[in-house]
Ligand binder design. Structure first.
Ligand code: GRF
Length: 190
Protein backbone atom coordinates (compact mmCIF):
# COMPACT_ATOMS: atom_id res chain seq x y z
CA UNK A 1 0.00 0.00 0.00
CA UNK A 2 1.50 3.28 -1.10
CA UNK A 3 -0.87 6.24 -0.88
CA UNK A 4 -0.50 9.73 -2.24
CA UNK A 5 -1.72 12.75 -0.29
CA UNK A 6 -2.50 16.22 -1.62
CA UNK A 7 -2.62 19.05 0.91
CA UNK A 8 -4.98 21.95 0.19
CA UNK A 9 -4.04 25.11 2.08
CA UNK A 10 -4.43 28.85 1.74
CA UNK A 11 -2.87 30.19 4.93
CA UNK A 12 0.36 30.25 6.87
CA UNK A 13 0.70 26.50 6.47
CA UNK A 14 1.83 25.57 9.97
CA UNK A 15 -0.30 22.41 9.93
CA UNK A 16 0.82 21.60 6.39
CA UNK A 17 4.44 21.89 7.58
CA UNK A 18 3.87 19.36 10.36
CA UNK A 19 2.24 16.99 7.90
CA UNK A 20 5.08 17.32 5.39
CA UNK A 21 7.65 16.65 8.13
CA UNK A 22 5.74 13.68 9.50
CA UNK A 23 5.21 11.98 6.15
CA UNK A 24 8.65 12.87 4.71
CA UNK A 25 10.20 9.53 5.63
CA UNK A 26 7.00 7.52 5.74
CA UNK A 27 7.04 4.13 4.06
CA UNK A 28 3.36 4.08 3.06
CA UNK A 29 2.09 7.63 2.71
CA UNK A 30 3.55 10.53 0.75
CA UNK A 31 2.64 14.18 0.47
CA UNK A 32 2.78 14.38 -3.30
CA UNK A 33 1.46 17.88 -3.92
CA UNK A 34 0.17 21.06 -2.37
CA UNK A 35 -2.78 22.87 -3.91
CA UNK A 36 -3.46 26.49 -3.08
CA UNK A 37 -5.66 29.33 -4.25
CA UNK A 38 -3.19 31.93 -2.90
CA UNK A 39 0.20 32.42 -4.53
CA UNK A 40 1.40 34.45 -1.52
CA UNK A 41 0.33 31.88 1.09
CA UNK A 42 3.00 30.75 3.58
CA UNK A 43 2.39 27.18 2.55
CA UNK A 44 3.98 27.85 -0.88
CA UNK A 45 7.47 28.42 0.54
CA UNK A 46 7.03 25.56 3.00
CA UNK A 47 6.25 23.24 0.09
CA UNK A 48 9.35 24.51 -1.74
CA UNK A 49 11.53 23.78 1.32
CA UNK A 50 10.21 20.22 1.28
CA UNK A 51 10.58 19.95 -2.51
CA UNK A 52 6.90 19.25 -2.89
CA UNK A 53 5.27 20.65 -6.04
CA UNK A 54 2.71 23.36 -5.43
CA UNK A 55 -0.22 23.93 -7.79
CA UNK A 56 -2.09 27.18 -7.87
CA UNK A 57 -5.68 27.61 -9.00
CA UNK A 58 -7.97 30.61 -8.95
CA UNK A 59 -11.19 30.65 -7.02
CA UNK A 60 -13.37 31.04 -10.09
CA UNK A 61 -11.91 28.01 -11.85
CA UNK A 62 -12.19 26.05 -8.63
CA UNK A 63 -15.98 26.44 -8.57
CA UNK A 64 -16.39 23.81 -11.27
CA UNK A 65 -13.57 21.69 -9.85
CA UNK A 66 -12.79 20.21 -13.27
CA UNK A 67 -9.18 21.28 -13.72
CA UNK A 68 -8.24 20.55 -10.12
CA UNK A 69 -9.92 17.15 -10.25
CA UNK A 70 -8.07 16.31 -13.48
CA UNK A 71 -4.76 17.29 -11.86
CA UNK A 72 -5.51 15.23 -8.74
CA UNK A 73 -6.28 12.22 -10.91
CA UNK A 74 -3.24 12.83 -13.09
CA UNK A 75 -1.07 12.77 -9.95
CA UNK A 76 -2.89 9.64 -8.72
CA UNK A 77 -3.81 11.33 -5.46
CA UNK A 78 -5.58 9.01 -2.99
CA UNK A 79 -6.37 11.42 -0.16
CA UNK A 80 -6.96 15.16 0.10
CA UNK A 81 -6.03 16.76 3.40
CA UNK A 82 -7.27 20.28 4.09
CA UNK A 83 -4.99 22.38 6.26
CA UNK A 84 -6.41 25.87 6.50
CA UNK A 85 -8.36 25.77 3.25
CA UNK A 86 -11.52 27.84 3.35
CA UNK A 87 -13.16 27.40 -0.05
CA UNK A 88 -16.00 24.98 -0.45
CA UNK A 89 -14.89 21.78 -2.18
CA UNK A 90 -16.86 21.33 -5.44
CA UNK A 91 -19.30 18.42 -5.64
CA UNK A 92 -17.39 16.56 -8.36
CA UNK A 93 -14.27 16.43 -6.17
CA UNK A 94 -16.29 15.37 -3.12
CA UNK A 95 -17.87 12.57 -5.14
CA UNK A 96 -14.59 11.43 -6.68
CA UNK A 97 -12.96 11.46 -3.22
CA UNK A 98 -15.85 10.23 -1.13
CA UNK A 99 -14.62 9.66 2.47
CA UNK A 100 -11.11 10.56 1.33
CA UNK A 101 -11.08 14.27 2.13
CA UNK A 102 -10.03 15.13 5.67
CA UNK A 103 -10.29 18.50 7.44
CA UNK A 104 -9.32 19.90 10.80
CA UNK A 105 -11.45 22.42 12.65
CA UNK A 106 -10.20 24.37 15.69
CA UNK A 107 -13.15 23.65 18.00
CA UNK A 108 -15.12 20.71 19.30
CA UNK A 109 -17.67 20.29 16.51
CA UNK A 110 -20.60 20.53 16.22
CA UNK A 111 -19.93 23.56 18.40
CA UNK A 112 -18.62 26.68 16.70
CA UNK A 113 -18.50 25.32 13.16
CA UNK A 114 -20.10 26.23 9.85
CA UNK A 115 -19.52 28.71 7.07
CA UNK A 116 -17.44 31.72 8.12
CA UNK A 117 -16.37 30.08 11.36
CA UNK A 118 -12.61 30.05 11.02
CA UNK A 119 -9.52 31.56 12.62
CA UNK A 120 -9.95 33.89 15.59
CA UNK A 121 -13.72 33.92 15.22
CA UNK A 122 -13.96 30.33 16.41
CA UNK A 123 -11.96 31.01 19.56
CA UNK A 124 -13.84 34.24 20.29
CA UNK A 125 -17.09 32.30 20.03
CA UNK A 126 -15.77 29.67 22.45
CA UNK A 127 -14.79 32.32 25.01
CA UNK A 128 -18.09 34.19 24.57
CA UNK A 129 -20.08 30.99 25.07
CA UNK A 130 -18.53 30.27 28.46
CA UNK A 131 -17.55 26.73 27.40
CA UNK A 132 -15.18 25.09 29.85
CA UNK A 133 -13.28 23.28 27.15
CA UNK A 134 -12.32 23.57 23.52
CA UNK A 135 -10.09 21.57 21.22
CA UNK A 136 -9.84 20.22 17.73
CA UNK A 137 -12.02 18.10 15.48
CA UNK A 138 -10.66 16.04 12.61
CA UNK A 139 -13.45 15.05 10.25
CA UNK A 140 -14.30 13.87 6.76
CA UNK A 141 -15.56 16.47 4.32
CA UNK A 142 -19.00 16.31 2.78
CA UNK A 143 -21.05 18.96 1.03
CA UNK A 144 -21.91 20.87 4.19
CA UNK A 145 -19.38 22.95 6.08
CA UNK A 146 -17.97 21.08 9.11
CA UNK A 147 -20.68 18.40 9.05
CA UNK A 148 -18.77 15.31 7.83
CA UNK A 149 -18.13 12.26 9.98
CA UNK A 150 -15.85 12.95 12.92
CA UNK A 151 -12.65 10.89 13.01
CA UNK A 152 -11.03 12.29 16.15
CA UNK A 153 -11.37 15.02 18.76
CA UNK A 154 -8.85 16.30 21.30
CA UNK A 155 -9.70 18.61 24.15
CA UNK A 156 -8.08 21.43 26.10
CA UNK A 157 -9.48 23.25 29.14
CA UNK A 158 -10.86 26.78 28.97
CA UNK A 159 -10.65 28.59 32.31
CA UNK A 160 -12.37 31.85 33.20
CA UNK A 161 -8.90 33.46 33.00
CA UNK A 162 -8.00 31.96 29.58
CA UNK A 163 -7.20 34.69 27.05
CA UNK A 164 -7.82 34.54 23.31
CA UNK A 165 -4.09 34.23 22.69
CA UNK A 166 -3.74 31.36 25.17
CA UNK A 167 -6.69 29.51 23.70
CA UNK A 168 -5.34 29.88 20.16
CA UNK A 169 -1.96 28.54 21.29
CA UNK A 170 -3.46 25.55 23.13
CA UNK A 171 -5.60 24.59 20.16
CA UNK A 172 -2.74 25.02 17.69
CA UNK A 173 -0.52 22.79 19.86
CA UNK A 174 -3.21 20.09 19.66
CA UNK A 175 -3.44 20.53 15.88
CA UNK A 176 0.28 20.12 15.39
CA UNK A 177 0.45 17.11 17.69
CA UNK A 178 -2.61 15.17 16.55
CA UNK A 179 -3.59 15.99 12.96
CA UNK A 180 -0.85 13.87 11.38
CA UNK A 181 -1.56 10.97 13.74
CA UNK A 182 -5.30 11.01 13.11
CA UNK A 183 -4.76 11.11 9.34
CA UNK A 184 -2.29 8.25 9.49
CA UNK A 185 -4.54 6.13 11.70
CA UNK A 186 -7.53 6.79 9.43
CA UNK A 187 -5.64 5.87 6.25
CA UNK A 188 -4.31 2.70 7.84
CA UNK A 189 -7.75 1.46 8.83
CA UNK A 190 -9.89 2.16 5.77
C1 GRF B 1 -6.07 25.78 11.64
O1 GRF B 1 -6.53 26.41 12.78
C2 GRF B 1 -7.03 24.69 11.24
O2 GRF B 1 -7.72 24.13 12.31
C3 GRF B 1 -7.98 25.41 10.34
O3 GRF B 1 -7.20 26.35 9.65
C4 GRF B 1 -6.07 26.71 10.45
C5 GRF B 1 -4.85 26.58 9.59
O4 GRF B 1 -3.73 27.11 10.22
N1 GRF B 1 -8.70 24.51 9.48
P1 GRF B 1 -2.28 26.96 9.57
O5 GRF B 1 -2.28 27.73 8.26
O6 GRF B 1 -2.02 25.51 9.39
O7 GRF B 1 -1.37 27.57 10.59
Amino acid sequence: MNKQIAIFASGSGSNAKHLMQHFAEHKMFHVTAVFTNKTEAGVVSIAQEHRIPCFHFDNKAFQTGEKVLAKLQDLKIDYIVLAGFLRKIPTNIIQAYSDKIINIHPSLLPKHGGQNMYGKRVHEAVLASGDQESGITIHLVNEEYDKGRIIAQHHCPVLPSTTLEELMQSVQALEHQYYKLAIEKFMLHV
